[in-house]
Design a binder for this molecule. Structure first.
Ligand code: NAP
Length: 257
């Protein structure tokens, strides 16, 4: 297999890149290509740099993410967790689709089928009125579910997967946004005692690179795609996402609807 783009250079993303060795090209705040993936401008710049460095990609593995309990807005006026966990993935993949080889793979590391649809109205994906609670992160995970299934149906020459890595001992709770410090400490302690190592968790997304489209859990175990995803608002989310990223899509190749 040829070059694989990995988002996130620490945590699970860092371990995926380490497992892939020379084939990995990382994008993140500490990646080979530096980018703030909570900003679409920075995401689009990263895509341009990827294309300049690699004419073809065998796969894109998206791991960058954040856990947040409160809506926060970036300098671009977009909800931070929504962009970092979902919309930057959408934009990066849309911009880089022309680089993917036939039979290429897209792997979204998220929560594969574990969340319900709490996206809210598709014309307010950036939660202009704010918001709090588990929904702030949960909706971004559900958005990845919808995106994986919708992309698989729009780009049948690709294999598109969503992966739930299980509980993994990374910094995700320690670095969580809007979680009170004592709760963050408690969650981080439980995570480091009970969670798998990032290295062992990375085995699943790496193994999924050899599988067909679908949802996968730890040990590459297939997860049934819930009805709320397969029959859910995936076309609606695609078109709302398209509207949100349009300014950065100028050079993207259209994917057949
Ligand atoms: N850990 C778990 O138990 C668990 C469970 C279920 C799902 N997940 C999912 O797995 C994914 C990875 O989580 P993790 O546990 O590896 O988290 P983590 O240890 O907190 O790492 C966060 C990752 O996101 C990247 N990142 C954060 N902010 C960024 C920004 N502004 N711009 C660019 N990159 C940024 C980091 O890369 P840089 O340092 O290069 O910026 C790093 O790779 C997430 O999507 C999460 O939802 C994790």
């Amino acid at each position: 297999m040829n070059d694989v783009l990995v988002t996130g250079s620490s945590g699970i993303g860092g371990a995926v890149a380490a497992a892939l060795g020379e084939r990995a090209l990382t994008v993140g705040r500490g990646g080979m290509i530096r980018a703030d993936l909570s900003l679409l401008s920075s995401t689009a710049r990263a895509a341009t740099e990827v294309a300049a460095r690699r004419p073809r990609l065998a796969a894109i593995v998206c791991c960058a993410g954040v856990f947040s309990l409160r809506a926060e807005h970036t300098a671009e006026g977009m909800e931070r967790a929504f962009v970092l966990n979902y919309l930057s993935r959408y934009l990066l993949i849309r911009l880089l689709l022309p680089l993917l080889e036939p039979g290429g793979r897209v792997v979204l590391v998220a929560n594969a089928g574990r969340y319900h649809d709490t996206l809210g109205p598709l014309d307010d994906l950036n939660l202009r009125g704010g918001g709090r609670g588990l929904r702030i992160s949960g909706r971004t995970q559900f958005a990845c579910d919808l995106f994986a299934v919708e992309l698989a149906s729009r780009a049948p020459s690709l294999s598109v997967s969503c992966v739930y890595p299980g509980l993994v001992a990374t910094r995700v709770f320690r670095d969580a946004h809007a979680v009170p410090r004592p709760a963050r400490r408690l969650l981080a302690a439980a995570q480091s005692r009970l969670g798998a190592t990032p290295e062992s968790a990375a085995e699943t997304p790496v193994a999924v690179l050899g599988q067909g489209s679908g949802f996968y859990g730890p040990g590459c175990a297939p997860i049934p795609i819930p009805e709320r995803v397969s029959s859910g608002r995936r076309a609606g989310l695609w078109s709302a996402s398209e509207d949100l990223v349009r300014p950065w899509l100028a050079r993207a190749t259209a994917v057949e609807a």
